[in-house]
Design a binder for this molecule. Structure first.
Ligand code: HEM
Length: 141
């Protein structure tokens, strides 16, 4: 995740913010299409979840340049995800749905370079969350 990739992610996320509600609808629609087994992990009413996800993404994107300050929040998020029953394997379809949503929302602004930048950010975030989930499971054992 280079400084240039961070700048690309921040500039492209700014274009998604005005259509955040639509993006959240697209994201969950796509996620449950490609990984239907995940649907039952979420509450029936996704409206609160959609807002929380977009808010968290906004926080993460805004703080990428000083990721160290974000670490405690990302670790805590990972630990809560262990409690939700999330496993490392779940991050693959979630990442795919995220990239697909950005492609829909950004259109031709979703260049290969922008795509790669988002993939790098998601990979970093996932690795941190998965590490925290592992720790949470060890502590619970
Ligand atoms: C970068 C990756 C992710 C981010 C930023 C993220 C963000 C969030 C946020 C902000 C919440 C709200 C509750 C809380 O803060 O604890 C949440 C809840 C949740 N997430 Fe994630 N998440 C990610 C990955 C995943 C993955 C891979 C799954 C697997 C299916 C998942 C499943 C869930 C579930 C089941 C809930 C709880 C829903 C509920 O019971 O209300 N998340 N997530």
């Amino acid at each position: 995740m280079t400084p240039h990739q961070i700048a690309l992610v921040q500039a492209s996320f700014a274009k998604v913010v005005p259509i955040a509600a639509t993006a959240a609808d697209l994201f969950y629609g796509r996620l449950f299409e490609i990984a239907p087994e995940i649907r039952s992990m979420f509450p029936d009413d996704l409206s609160g979840q959609k807002k929380k996800l977009m808010a968290m993404l906004g926080t993460v994107v805004a703080s990428l340049i000083r990721l160290d300050q974000l670490l405690p929040a990302v670790r805590a998020l990972g630990q809560r995800h262990a409690d939700y029953g999330v496993t490392a394997a779940h991050f693959e379809p979630v990442g795919a749905a995220l990239l697909w949503t950005l492609e829909q929302g950004l259109g031709e602004d979703f260049t290969p370079e922008v795509k790669e930048a988002w993939a790098a950010v998601y990979a970093t975030l996932s690795a941190l969350m998965i590490a925290a989930m592992g720790r949470a499971m060890l502590e619970a054992a």
